[in-house]
Design a protein around this ligand. Sequence first.
Ligand code: ATP
Ligand code: MG
Length: 640
Amino acid sequence: MNTQPERMPETDLRALVSILRRRGRMIAATMGAVLGLTLLLLLFLTPKYTATALLLVDPTQKDLLSAEAAVQPGGSADNARVESEIEIARSVAVARATARAAGLALDPEFGPGPGAGDRLRALFGLAAEVPQGEAALDVARRKLREATRIERRGLTHVFAVSVTSKSPERAAELANTLARTYIDLQVAAKVGAVEKARDLLLGQLESARTRLAASDDGVDGYIRRNLQALASEAGNPRLIGLQEDLQRLNAVRTGLSEQVGQGGAELERELARTDAAIASTRGALREAVLSSDLPSARLAEMFELQQEAEIAQRQYTNLLARLRDLDAQVLVQVADSRIVSEALPPDVASSPRYKLILSMALVFSLGAGVGVALIREFYIGGILSGRQLETVVPVSRAVSVPFVKMRRDQTCLADGIVEAPLSHFSESFRHLRTTLDRLAPPEETGRGRVVLIASAVAGEGKSTTALALARTYAQLGRSVALIDADLRKPSLHECLGVMPDHGFLEYLRDPEAEGSAEGFYLRDPLSAAGVLVGRGRADVPTDQLLMSRQFQLLLDSARDAVDVILIDTSPLNAVVDAQFIAPFADAAVLCVRFADTSQTDLRLAHARLRETLRPEVPIVAALTRDISGASGYDESGYYA
Ligand SMILES: Nc1ncnc2c1ncn2[C@@H]1O[C@H](COP(=O)(O)OP(=O)(O)OP(=O)(O)O)[C@@H](O)[C@H]1O
Ligand SMILES: [Mg+2]
C-alpha cells in the first residue's frame, strides 16, 4: 500500500527532468541512431529536380474573323473554364501525346526499363519481359503522370505544369513539351470542331442546292406549261417569241455540249455565251410574264412560285457564306491557353528535402529517445531511483542503500555497520530500520516482530541487508534473531566466517531436534544479534520444511524471546520458499538491485509477496548497490 501524499505538479516535472537527465545517454544514443539512419538513407536517395512552366488560360471567346470585341464570360463561368483547362491538361490524352512527342518509351527513367523484380529474375537467368511499342508508351505515360503536377496558382488564370525528373534539363524539357502538347491538342480539338460543323453545313448546302434548282424549275415549268394561256390572258404575244428563243437556245446548247467533249476553247466560250443567253432570256421571259397584265389568281400562283425560288436562293446563299466562313476559321484557330513562362532547368533538387527531413528526423529522434527512456524507466529497464521504484510497484516506502566496495580484510559488507557507523551505508540501514519501526511498530504485547527479507532474483543483497539490519537493531539495544531461511543456498555463515556442524536445514529435517538450536545458533561476533545459520545447499525440496511444525514452533519461541526476528529467504521468482514464510511476517523488505533487477521480475516478485503477506503488512523496498548518490537523506526528506 502506498501511503505517500499526493504529489504536486512541479514535483512531477522535477521527477521527469531527473528521469531525462538520468537517461540522458540513452536519449542521446537513440537520437544518434535515428539521425545516423536518416543520414544514411539520404545518402542513398537519388536527388530529383522539378521544373515548372506557367500557362495562362484566356477565358475570352476569341474569333479572329469577327471585328467585334471578344466576349469575357466572367464570374463562375470564368472559374469553371480555368478548372476545365487544368483537367484537360491533366488528361491521359495529353500525357500520352507528351510521352510520344518526347520519346519517353525509350527513356531510361520513364521508359519500361527492368524493375527490381526483373533484375532479381535476371540474376537467376530468367529473362525479364520488357514491354514494347504501345505497351511501352503506356508505361511511359503512367510514369510521366506520376512525375507531373498540374495546379492552379491561387484563384488566378495561371496554372503551373511541373515535372520531376532525375535530370534538371529533362525535367524542364518535359514540362515545356507537356505544356506545348496540351496547347497543340487544344487547337487541334478546336479545328476538329470547326471541321465537323463544316461537314454538317456541306450536307445542308447540297439539299439547299437541290431545293433551289427545283424551285427555279417550278417557275420556268409553270411558264412553259401555261405559255399559251398566259400569252392570251396577258395579251402579250412577245411571250411566245421569248419562249421560242429560249427553246432555240436550249437546242443550241444541247448541240454544243455534245461537241464540247471533243475539245476546243472556242467551243467552250460559245457554250458559256449560250448559257448566259439562256439565263438572260429566261429572266426576260419571267420578267415579261410577271409584268404582264394577268388575272390576280394567275399572278398569285406565279408570285408564290417566285417567292419560293427567292427563299431557296437566299437560303442557299446564306449557307454558302457560312461555309466559306468556316473554311476560313479552320485556318485561324488559336489556343485559349498560352505559355507565359517556360520551364528552366532548376539549380536545386526538389527532393529529398534535406533540411525538412533532417529537422523532422531531429524532432522524431528526440521523441523516440524520450519514449525509449520512459519505456525503459517505467516498463523494461532496471530501477534507478526510489521514486521510480515506487511508481513501478506499490511499496510503502523505498530506501536506497549505497554501493560500497568490500575491503580485502572484510568477510562481509555488513561489517561496515559496526566498523563505520557514520558512513552512508550505515545510515541507510538506520533509515530502513526507522521506516520499518514506523510502518510496523512493536506489538503492545511485547512479542517480537517478524521481518521477511526477500528479493525477486538471486544476488540482490538479501543476506547483506539482513545482517546489516540485524546489527543496526542490535546497536539500538534491541534483541535480534536473524534466521538464514534461504535453505537452498544459505550464506550467512560465510558472512560470519563460520562453518557449523549442522545448519538450520538439518534442524528442520530432524524432528528429534525439536526445540534445540545447538550447533547452528551463533552469536554475531560484531553485535549482540543471534544468528541461525545454514550450512550447505539443500538436496531436498525445502518448501515442506518451511511449512513444518518445527518451523512454526521455532518462530513462536523466537517471538517470545526477542524483539525482532529477521528472516533471510530464497529469491521469490526462483522458488516458492519465501511465500511459505510470508504469512508469518509483520513486515517485509524487498531488496531490489539498482539498475539491474528488471521491472518485470520486480512486478512478479511484488505480486507473489503481496498475495502471501497479510493485507496490512507493509513492504519496504531496499534499493541496494545504489550508485546514483541519492541514498536516503540526499533527496531532501523524500524517503523520510
Ligand atoms: N550495498 C552494496 N554495495 C556493494 N555490494 C553489495 C551491496 N549489497 C550487496 N552487495 C554485494 O552483492 C552480492 C550479493 O549480495 P548478497 O549475497 O547479500 O545477496 P543475496 O540476495 O543474499 O544473494 P543470494 O540470492 O545469492 O543469496 C554480494 O557480493 C555482496 O557483497
Ligand atoms: Mg543470500
